[in-house]
Design a binder for this molecule. Structure first.
Ligand SMILES: NC(=O)c1ccc[n+]([C@@H]2O[C@H](COP(=O)([O-])OP(=O)(O)OC[C@H]3O[C@@H](n4cnc5c(N)ncnc54)[C@H](OP(=O)(O)O)[C@@H]3O)[C@@H](O)[C@H]2O)c1
Length: 355
């Protein structure tokens, strides 16, 4: 590890690019000395993105055998891929499915005596201790060197349960059902669009899709065993994910109390807007890199209570914003195990109360 606090991001895709941008912009407040990033493919069309990140102050790392191709694009390569990992204080992997797990085997394990902590994103089940900021912070200890930042929809489901189903750290959720209505692909992606609604199968016998499975394991780190089930479908839109939820509680409540709980939770943004494009557009105008960093946007006019103990409604998922906030929180915590909360105050401005 070189001198100073160095955060290295592997991947510059949907989640990597805004994460690198935010780390650069808030570097001084977060107590970071250097931000470095790994770009995989030397593509001409990606040149403005890489230049943009370099202009924000990040240093580029590439595979040594591709250095020439990047230089031919006019990009300044500062480090080799492995060198950047080796000299980092914290590594945040933002690569596609299974690549983070592969990188752990191939590179991260090799440098675990030098680097303070490693993170990987949603798809990398098994990478390390599951984490979502505000949900299971107390379960993270210095020995958790590998952290799995849960997916965007898992963040969303987790905060719904945390807001309505958990009181004084005790579980009051008897049963939770969730329908994850997903956007086809991200606006930054060209592959994976679907021509019409496409329903998903239930791969887990007890819990349906990976969303409930992940939230079950996330809460298990707190010693809570949830009864949850999820289904998923993709819509032919590029806007935000939306989740329908049905929470059966062991206590009596009403609509006003539920709405107040959503308003009182700083990780929840509330909205009167019912169309995903309106929420997305608000994020574009008011978020950092167009991202809303809250874990969910609860649609207040849809909150409904049945039999005084069952809460039903819709919310939107700030798809990569919530994972970005958890990633930065865990990174700063590796750097400042004692004073990390104070350092993170600078991100408060990006947590919206109302959309
Ligand atoms: N997209 C979301 O809304 C979202 C939300 C929460 C969590 N996540 C999670 O974040 C992770 C990344 O998703 P994403 O949507 O950001 O993916 P993405 O847009 O496809 O970006 C993937 C990035 O990884 C790089 N890459 C590809 N193969 C690589 C390799 N072998 N080694 C190193 N880098 C490689 C790509 O570089 P090149 O383009 O240069 O080849 C690209 O920059 C996944 O775990 C996903 O589950 C995504």
């Amino acid at each position: 590890m070189a001198d100073g606090n160095i955060v290295h991001v592997v991947g510059t895709g949907t989640i990597g690019e805004p994460l690198i941008g935010l780390l650069c912009d808030a570097k001084d407040d977060l107590g970071i000395d250097e931000v470095t990033f790994y770009k995989h493919s030397p593509k001409l069309e990606d040149r403005p993105k890489v230049r943009g990140l370099i202009n924000r102050g990040a240093n580029l790392a590439v595979k040594p055998d591709r250095t020439g191709e990047f230089k031919d694009l006019g990009l300044d390569v500062v480090y080799g891929a492995e060198e950047a990992i080796k000299r980092a204080s914290v590594v945040i992997d933002c690569t596609p499915k299974n690549t983070g797990l592969m990188n752990k085997e191939k590179y991260y394990n090799k440098y675990k005596n030098k680097v303070k902590g490693f993170m990987a994103q949603g798809s990398e089940f098994g990478f390390g201790k599951m984490y979502a900021v505000g949900i299971n912070d107390e379960t993270i200890s210095p020995k958790d060197q590998f952290i799995h930042i849960v997916s965007c929809n898992t963040h969303n489901i987790a905060v719904l349960i945390n807001t309505i189903g958990i009181k004084n750290k005790k579980n009051h959720l008897k049963e939770g059902r969730f329908l994850c209505i997903r956007r086809a692909n991200d606006i930054s992606q060209v592959k994976g669009f679907v021509p019409s609604p496409e329903v998903g199968s239930h791969k887990d016998e007890k819990m349906g899709t990976h969303h409930a499975v992940d939230v079950y394991h996330l809460y298990k780190t707190l010693g809570i065993e949830l009864k949850v089930f999820s289904s998923a479908l993709k819509l032919n839109t590029q806007y935000m994910h939306c989740i329908w939820y049905d929470l059966k509680l062991d206590y009596k409540t009403d609509k006003e109390e539920v709405i107040q709980k959503f308003i009182d939770n700083p990780r929840v943004a509330v909205t009167q807007k019912k169309a995903a494009n309106m929420v997305f557009s608000f994020g574009r105008e008011h978020g950092h890199y167009g991202r809303i960093l809250n874990q969910t946007v609860a649609v207040l006019p849809t909150v409904h209570v049945v039999n005084e103990n069952e809460v039903i409604g819709f919310c939107f998922t700030p798809q990569d914003g919530n994972s970005i906030l958890s990633s930065i929180t865990a990174a700063v915590r590796f750097l400042y195990p004692e004073g990390y909360e104070e350092k993170l105050r600078c991100l408060g401005a990006f947590l919206l109360q109302e959309v």
